[in-house]
Write a protein that binds this ligand. Structure first.
Ligand code: NAD
Ligand code: DAU
Length: 349
């Protein structure tokens, strides 16, 4: 496989995937197809934009004709599909755009791939990147397995679940060569500061309140984004067609405990006295339909393909906080303009 289209490559995880593939595989042509919504940012890829095996194309995955032209122009052999609306809070305010991008966009890509590849699926692959949120919410015990029944609760997770079903339907019905992975919460560089970790780092730096939903006792399973990109690389090359792989770090944190680690780390790196920013913790109304706990069992990926997370959480968090502190320009660029309006609507009205 030589010509690979990565959708959503200008976003948080997509940019790490594009960077890994461009740098590790000089023989592959990587075509980054991204609409550059509020979440897409070409600054995320400045270090590789001049590489000969990298091309950026601005396009909407819902636009069949344009996507079909891109497939023929670049003779696409494989898709790594990450483009999506990805923020749960936004999905609660505007579910339609999630159905459009995540469901119709995925269906459009599947249809283009099937039609472009015709009857010959040899050495072709459609890799769909999905989330653990499709499995719903756990109590205090247990883990999500690849066989766990789907039970999405938010418009975001419902749209991702629907897209997963379409991908499997194309495998079962047409034999399209697909693989799916469902990953837990990612953190790391280039994450848009609407998600918990970068939002809170930014607020701690600027002495702004830290809006903790409910009691702060919801649990998430955190994975360093570079480890997710490594997992995608392994699954892309060695995953079994038609299979699903769960990706997670066996690294569960209650939100409030994680927030205290963030406060400690930011205060330390800014030379503030320990505990200075604890006073910023502000309990606010809970997220509607807030899933209590996510926890991924990624043993299948470890046992079958040998993947394991490479970083301890404390090390990953310190690296991440340092990155945001050292990349103030990036933070400033993404938090100007439309971000201010979003922040006001979400947290100040
Ligand atoms: P993100 O919001 O940072 O990036 C999404 C990217 O998709 C942006 O570059 C955006 O411009 C692009 N995009 C949006 N609509 C598009 C359209 N119609 N056409 C073309 N491009 C479009 O998202 P992320 O956090 O990097 O997540 C990437 C994928 O991984 C998503 O599919 C998400 O569901 C999945 N995922 C995310 C996490 C996480 O913790 N962030 C965990 C598991 C799975
Ligand atoms: O589990 C994978 C999913 O993780 C991905 O599929 C999603 O794309 C990604 O956004 C993420 O979803 P979450 O809803 O878990 O992430 P978020 O960073 O929005 O929130 C993490 C937890 O922190 C969640 O319990 C809600 C809480 N939270 C979040 C925000 C933004 C707060 O308490 N306050 C906040 O302001």
């Amino acid at each position: 496989m030589k010509n690979i289209v990565v959708t959503g490559g200008a976003g948080f995880i997509g940019s790490h995937v594009v960077r890994l593939f461009v740098n590790n595989y000089p023989d592959y042509n990587i075509i980054n197809l991204d609409l550059l919504t509020y979440a897409g940012n070409l600054e995320n890829l400045k270090d590789i934009e001049g590489k000969p095996n990298y091309t950026f194309v601005k396009a909407d995955i819902c636009d069949y004709d344009t996507v079909a032209c891109i497939f023929s122009k670049y003779k696409i052999d494989a898709v790594i599909h990450l483009a999506a609306e990805s923020h749960v809070d936004r999905s609660i305010k505007d579910p339609f755009s999630f159905a459009r991008t995540n469901v119709m966009g995925t269906l459009t890509l599947l249809q283009v791939a099937k039609n472009y590849w015709g009857d010959n699926f040899e050495n072709k692959l459609f890799y769909h990147v999905s989330t653990d949120e499709v499995y719903g919410s756990l109590g205090d015990e247990g883990f999500f397995l690849e066989t766990t029944a789907y039970d999405p609760h938010s418009p975001y997770s419902a749209s991702k679940a629907s897209s997963d079903h379409f991908v499997r339907a194309f495998y079962d019905t047409y034999g399209l060569p697909v693989v799916i992975s469902n990953c837990s919460n990612n953190y790391g560089s280039y994450q848009f500061p609407e998600k918990l970790i970068p939002l809170f780092i930014n607020n701690i730096c600027n002495n702004k309140p830290l809006p903790v939903y409910g009691k702060g006792d919801n649990v998430r399973d955190w994975l360093f984004v570079n480890d997710h990109a490594r997992a995608i690389n392994v699954i892309f090359h060695e995953g079994k067609l038609g299979d699903t792989y769960n990706i997670g770090g066996f690294n569960e944190w209650k939100n409030i405990d994680l927030i205290r680690v963030l406060i400690k780390t930011v205060d330390k790196l800014l030379g503030r006295e320990e505990g200075t920013s604890e006073k910023l913790i502000t309990y606010v109304a809970d997220r509607a339909g807030h899933d209590y706990r996510y926890a991924i069992d990624s043993s299948k990926l470890k046992n079958e393909l040998g993947w394991e997370p490479s970083l301890q959480f404390e090390e990953g968090i310190e690296k991440t906080v340092k990155w945001y502190l050292e990349n103030e320009d990036w933070v400033q660029h993404v938090t100007s303009g439309a971000y201010q309006k979003y922040y006001q609507q979400m947290y100040e009205e």
